[in-house]
Design a protein around this ligand. Structure first.
Ligand code: SF4
Length: 587
């Protein structure tokens, strides 16, 4: 019998290009441009992220060689299969099910002995086995499942990969090759169980911790700092603060070691309210994504919380806020939907995601809509991305007009608040200013941080808050990182109010930091040049009806070869996909 050899792969590219396997709109492998800074043109930050869960799975298998193939082209995929794998794991979302189908059918045709394992959110499709030929479906958490499947100990300790999260990023058309952030994957799932949420329902409304303590999170941060030189991290966890003891312990560890790491997190409103905004600032949260969902409190996570005030306080204290809300909920009619959009824009957050209500298979919403006959028959899974047509009959809106309304909501947010990156710059500089002022006030009043109450309180043995000084220095550095983009934000502003906002931002930066140094001036000017090229490129695409400029993620192949060195990564080669800016499907 052949020794098992596993390939773990994403679906093939190109992505965000409409073809017979997938949609274009709403399906770019970019979070920001796809669904947050949509309609912001040249101001939209462009970034692709590696598929971290695949590396996580490979890292945690001991008994067999494994390879991760991230964002392959079709040619790259079939070339990889020639390496004779006994098992191929395809990870995909519901919307990419036809790509998974093509990949699996190719295996069946050319490598009939190879076992096909399906994983990811696509496994929530009720008729998956009828669509995609497969031998196994991994329905939940993959590490335990794969370990059991390959006869390993499912309870063995978890090993956290140390890696950068971003595959490539562009700002105003400039490709920034420095990746100064890492990824943390503390756990999976969420216990809140919102009725529409795939994440929560895929894991039975439970939370599966991989890094259960603050100490374990801190250890991964330290290792990443040592190996990659990073001090900022994106936390891939739906609700990181839902385990407040872990977050408190993490802060204690950072204070003990005088190491102020920074974090971008997802959090529900009630967990932020529980620990308080000052705690988040001290912890080093520089960006938080909060699902506010609706003006009408539909979920316990926002009940009895003044969401507007909470988000305003986060921003006032220097934390970038991405809020998100749902369009075409059941209670929306023409009037209330308009009110909903106005309310969401009125929150004044740095960035906002408008997402249509999607009855994802596997959620209570889907089950109810099926029972009530509300689902549109044969609605393609490829269109379940929430930016275009509705998958269900809405009493007040047609499926087709939903896309236009959604796009209009993004446009209004942009025209009202201006470029999201400019908002982020203002939040960063105002937060830095405020942190310094509050520090001074606390010093004068003899207030110290109380880790029990998570508040600043009068203390008998008041001492200078050294850790907060380090944190404020981090906030200063972060604010300065935004400075070069203000000129581009101003020159390419969508309207007068945005232009004024950029001018105010420039004035505030001058007030706080003094006039820009020559080096900063050169950076700003250089960015304007890149922005002008990008702006022209977008304009031409618009004029010639060529649609969105889609940036394809890089492809990457990483081998985990246990024959020679257990758990070690022996090959990590980036394979340029050769598809940058091009829109043709490879054969
Ligand atoms: S709080 Fe967020 S992650 Fe948790 S169930 Fe609700 S939508 Fe899902």
């Amino acid at each position: 019998m052949r020794r098992p050899k596993l390939l773990l792969t994403t679906v093939f590219g190109p992505y965000g290009i409409k073809n017979k396997y997938a949609e274009g709109l709403g399906m770019q492998m970019e979070l920001f441009n796809n669904q947050i800074t949509r309609e912001q043109g040249v101001h939209s930050p462009r970034a692709n992220y590696w598929t971290f869960p695949l590396y996580f799975l490979a890292e945690n298998l001991d008994s067999l060689p494994a390879t991760v193939l991230d964002f392959p082209t079709w040619k790259g995929y079939i070339r990889e299969l020639q390496r004779e794998y006994t098992h191929v794991g395809i990870s995909f979302t519901q919307q990419n099910v036809l790509k998974a189908k093509r990949m699996a059918e190719y295996i069946r045709q050319h490598y009939p002995q190879t076992k096909i394992i399906l994983g990811g959110y696509g496994t929530m499709l009720p008729d998956l086995a009828e669509i995609v030929p497969c031998d196994e479906i991994c329905p939940g958490e993959g590490v335990r499942w794969l370990r059991e499947y390959f006869g390993e100990n499912p309870e063995a300790p978890i090993k956290h990969p140390i890696m950068h999260g971003v595959s490539q990023k562009y700002l105003y058309g400039f490709r920034d090759v420095i990746d100064d952030s890492g990824v943390l994957f503390p756990g999976l799932g969420c216990t809140n169980g919102c009725f529409f949420c795939s994440t929560s329902n895929k894991f039975n409304n439970s939370y599966i911790p991989f890094l259960p303590t603050g100490e374990s999170v801190f250890a991964v941060c330290r290792e990443a700092q040592k190996k990659l030189g990073v001090e900022g991290f994106a936390i891939l966890d739906e609700n990181f603060l839902k385990m407040p003891a872990r977050a408190r312990d993490l802060l204690a560890k950072m204070e003990q070691h005088r190491q102020p790491y920074s974090f971008a997190i997802f959090s529900s409103a009630e967990t932020i309210a529980e620990v308080g905004v000052d705690f988040l600032v001290r912890l080093g949260v520089c960006l938080v994504w909060v699902g506010v969902e609706s003006k009408k409190a539909l979920f316990s996570k926002v009940e009895e919380i003044d969401v507007g005030s909470l988000l305003a306080e986060l921003q006032a204290k220097g934390i970038t806020v991405i809020s998100s809300s749902i369009l075409f909920a059941e209670h929306h009619d023409r009037v209330t939907l308009e009110e909903e959009i106005n309310w969401a824009i009125g929150l004044g957050t740095d960035l906002h995601q408008f997402m249509q209500l999607i009855p994802f298979p596997g959620t209570p919403l889907f089950r109810r809509y099926v029972a009530e006959g509300k689902m549109i028959p044969d609605f393609p899974y490829t269109k379940l991305h929430g930016q275009d047509e509705l998958a269900f009959y809405h009493p007040h809106f047609t499926s087709r007009e939903a896309g236009k309304i959604t796009r209009g909501a993004f446009r209004r947010k942009y025209e009202t608040d201006g470029p999201g990156v400019l908002n982020m710059a203002l939040t960063a500089i105002r937060g830095y200013q405020r942190a310094k002022e509050e520090m001074k006030t606390r010093e004068q009043a003899g207030l110290s941080w109380n880790p029990q109450t998570l508040r600043y309180q009068r203390s008998t043995d008041h001492q200078t808050d050294q850790f907060m000084n380090l944190r404020i220095e981090k906030m200063r550095q972060r604010a300065l990182e935004f400075r070069p983009l203000i000129l581009s934000a101003k020159i390419f502003a969508p309207n007068t109010s945005s232009r004024k906002k950029a001018a105010q931002a420039a004035a505030l930066y001058n007030e706080v930091f003094g006039k820009p140094a020559p080096r900063e001036g050169v950076k700003s000017f250089g960015l304007v040049c890149f922005a002008a090229i990008e702006w022209f490129r977008l304009r031409m695409r618009g004029l010639f009806g060529r649609g969105e400029l889609v940036r394809q993620p890089l492809s990457r192949r990483v081998e985990y070869n246990r024959e020679f060195s257990t758990h070690s990564q022996v090959e990590a080669a980036e394979i340029p996909s050769g598809l940058q800016h091009r829109c043709k499907l490879s054969t």
